[in-house]
Design a protein around this ligand. Structure first.
Ligand code: HEC
Ligand code: HEC
Length: 288
């Protein structure tokens, strides 16, 4: 056996000293205790209600694509899919980040059975995910996760100051705490309802602001009105004087520009974390 060279000995000593210096830090980092209380609960039970239209579409897609394997009530089906209401993966899921890859790419099971990839667009998968979350939030006491008795109380765990910062960054381009949203915390009774209202962008049965559309024909003539119907072949609108106009579409002709005031609300939906939602709600409650 050869002797250690001097360099090796120094190296070993250095590494040992380095590790020793690091050791106390490893256990003593910033405490995570203050982390979102709701993160220790099941995210799936902490969600605001989803978009009813999306849920309905998801339910239909679930019936066609998933039901045979996962069952009508999501608790497992004839063709061997597991109970989704008990799945840790489903319970961990917030916005589809856990479920989407499994649904899109499939997942092979331990016994070689597994779940085949589902031929659905990402938008369709999101609808199914929304449906599964909706069922979870309403239906899963029996055989489900521990009872969600904190849900109602948990609504106000947010940090109003953080919510104000978030509001300034993401909402203030359209809303103002001293303008349209003045007193909203007093106007809408209860944190839960307030939260549902802002996430959805209005009360459940509120009239949505109309979608405006501008059609520019090849002659250069522009027609502006309220959108009634739009698909690949046809656009129908109502002009300010109440006249209905329809145009057939061939690719980009005529040019169609849609202005949907609620588009941003929909686009923000998948971006909120639970924390953002709690914080913004805590802030809006202070607008009395
Ligand atoms: C042919 C049967 C079959 C179909 C159709 C099917 N699944 Fe599955 N699915 C399975 C099986 C089997 C597993 C378990 C795979 C494993 O053992 O890892 C599974 C797993 C899953 C999981 C992960 C559960 C976990 O805890 O790992 C999710 C989420 C899921 N399926 C959702 C869906 C959705 C949504 C659809 C419809 C769009 C669908 N599945 C269609 C059979 C199916
Ligand atoms: C691009 C513009 C836009 C952005 C950004 C936006 N909203 Fe809205 N919001 C609207 C529109 C349009 C409505 C529909 C009602 C209206 O016309 O005021 C609405 C409705 C609402 C309502 C219901 C108002 C009421 O009186 O019932 C609340 C609350 C709300 N938004 C909160 C938010 C919050 C919180 C954010 C940021 C996370 C946000 N909005 C971001 C455009 C926006």
């Amino acid at each position: 056996m050869r002797a250690f060279t001097c360099v090796e000995v120094i190296l070993v000593v250095c590494v040992a000293a380095h590790l020793a210096a690091q050791a106390p830090q490893a256990g003593g980092g910033a405490p995570q205790a203050d982390q979102d209380r709701s993160q220790r609960l099941y995210p799936a039970l902490q969600r605001p209600p989803g978009d009813p239209e999306l849920i309905a579409r998801g339910q239909a897609l679930y019936g066609i694509n998933c039901r045979a394997c996962h069952g009508l009530d999501l608790r497992g089906g004839d063709l061997g899919g597991p109970n989704l209401l008990r799945s840790q993966l489903v319970l961990r899921d917030r916005q589809g980040e856990e479920m989407l890859p499994v649904i899109r790419d499939g997942q092979s099971g331990a016994d070689g059975s597994g779940m085949p990839p589902q031929p659905l667009s990402d938008a369709d998968i999101r609808a199914v995910v929304e449906y599964i979350h909706d069922v979870l939030s309403t239906a899963s006491r029996q055989g489900g996760p521990p009872a969600g008795d904190e849900v109602e109380i948990d609504i106000l765990v947010g940090d109003a100051a953080a919510g104000q910062t978030y509001f300034a960054a993401k909402c203030a381009s359209c809303h103002s705490p001293t303008g349209d949203l003045q007193g909203i915390g007093a106007r809408i009774p209860g944190a839960q309802q307030l939260q549902n209202t802002w996430v959805r962008g209005g009360a459940r049965n509120a009239d949505r602001p109309p979608i405006t559309v501008t059609v520019t024909q090849s002659s250069g003539e522009r027609v502006v009105g309220q959108l009634e119907r739009l698909n690949d072949f046809l656009i129908v609108l109502t002009e300010a004087d109440g006249r209905h106009r329809s145009f057939s579409r061939h690719g980009d002709t005529p040019l169609v520009e849609v202005d949907d005031p609620m588009a941003t609300h929909r686009e923000l939906l998948p971006l909120y974390t639970d924390m953002d939602i709690h914080n913004v709600t805590a802030y809006l409650v202070t607008l009395q």
